[in-house]
Design a protein around this ligand. Structure first.
Ligand SMILES: [Fe+2]
Length: 163
């Protein structure tokens, strides 16, 4: 593997591991009826995942257009949107109210859906093998740039200024 591919792969893998562990903790808090903990981790995910989500939406997914169908690409944007709404919904929960079982299960199943997205998305690195070195370098630079700018996922509105 070339150096740039390895660097991008490592950064990509680390980001996915962080996102995966955030959602795992979120699910654990919900299962334990720890609403305060769930809200805290939702806020933390918004901050931690913001740069990577922006990178995927603005740079990574567009680079995959050659390899995937438009439907597959669109589905990934929709899944991000659902993940974002889910986090916001958790943050907005009324702490004084215990979640009823049906609500809890509904939220947990959305958490699980996003966990599947994270693992599907992690697999996409293989598809990137078809990109040229300058394209990989461009993606790595974009990811680094988003990390410096640190946009919060919860305030992304498909923000054109993030380009
Ligand atoms: Fe993604």
């Amino acid at each position: 593997m070339t150096e740039i591919k390895q660097k991008l792969f490592d950064a990509f893998k680390a980001d996915h591991a962080l996102l995966g562990s955030g959602f795992y903790t979120l699910a654990t808090c919900l299962r334990n009826n720890d609403i305060t903990g769930a809200k805290e981790i939702a806020v933390k995910i918004g901050i931690e995942a913001g740069p990577h989500i922006a990178f995927e939406e603005q740079a990574f997914y567009p680079a995959l257009e050659r390899f995937l169908t438009q439907e597959e690409i669109n589905a990934m944007y929709v899944e991000h949107k659902k993940g974002q709404s889910l986090l916001q919904r958790i943050i907005d929960l009324d702490e004084s109210e215990m979640l009823n079982e049906a609500n809890k299960q509904a939220i947990l199943s959305e958490v699980e859906n996003f966990e599947s997205h994270v693992s599907d998305c992690g697999e996409l690195f293989g598809v990137m093998g078809g990109l040229s070195e300058p394209e990989l370098q461009h993606l790595y630079d974009k990811l680094t740039d988003y990390k410096l700018r640190a946009p919060n996922w919860l305030s992304h509105q498909q923000d054109a200024t993030l380009n």
